[in-house]
Ligand binder design. Structure first.
Ligand code: GTP
Ligand code: MG
Length: 195
């Protein structure tokens, strides 16, 4: 069984960085802005013995790609709406645009999660966390704080989502290299040989 998860939100809030931490445990301070969309997978084993494959879609937050992002909502089970705690604008746009777009274009039973990212920059916080929590409760969304830089809150986030989806009491991630990673390794090696 697989679970399709789509990450959305303004450019630079940290969508790609959250996924990179979850999949590869790496953080890049100079992470490139995403063009179009890509997906990665990771398996989660639930306490009821069920293994589910998370299919995590990264989308582009830049305004010029907005019409493209809508295509990724097809058959999505979960939408993760990310804002940056140091950017009031990213939270305002989340409320004004992204939530509306999901409600309009995604399946009606989609699970919503609002993520307050860049928690390591708490001293520069511009969005009141309590207000964000209340907003999440109002639209019936999960709420979590994360730091892609410190890798905090991210694993828990995906575990909570898997639990909510399956109804399992607990769940753990399964560490294994998937085909695309294997392929990447092979490609890297062939580059070395060419050199
Ligand atoms: P688009 O692909 O343009 O939509 O942006 P994005 O949401 O994927 O953001 P991205 O992951 O590229 O991160 C943008 C910048 O913020 C990069 O310089 C990251 O290194 C930085 N960043 C991401 N997450 C964090 C975080 O938790 N803390 C800090 N301090 N920086 C972060
Ligand atoms: Mg990105």
């Amino acid at each position: 069984e697989s679970l399709k998860i789509v990450l959305i939100g303004e450019t630079s809030v940290g969508k790609t960085s959250i996924i990179c931490q979850f999949i590869d445990q790496v953080f890049q301070a100079d992470q490139q802005s995403t063009i179009g969309g890509t997906f990665s997978t990771k398996k989660i084993k639930c306490s009821n013995g069920k293994i589910i494959k998370l299919e995590i879609w990264d989308t582009a937050g830049q305004e010029r790609y907005r019409s493209v992002t809508k295509m990724f909502y097809k058959d999505a089970n979960v939408a993760i709406l990310v804002y940056d705690i140091t950017s009031k604008y990213s939270f305002e746009e989340l409320k004004r645009y992204w939530v509306e777009q999901v409600i309009e274009s995604a399946p009606k039973d989609i699970i919503l999660a609002i993520i307050a990212n860049k928690y390591d920059l708490l001293e520069k916080e511009k969005v009141d966390e309590e207000e964000a929590r209340e907003y999440a409760a109002k639209i019936n969304a999960m709420f979590a704080v994360t730091s892609a830089k410190n890798n905090s809150g991210i694993n828990d986030l995906f575990i909570e989502i898997a639990k909510k989806y399956t109804g399992a009491e607990s769940a753990v991630t399964v560490e294994e290299k998937d085909e695309s990673e294997e392929y990447r390794k092979i490609r890297k090696e062939s580059v070395k040989i060419t050199k």
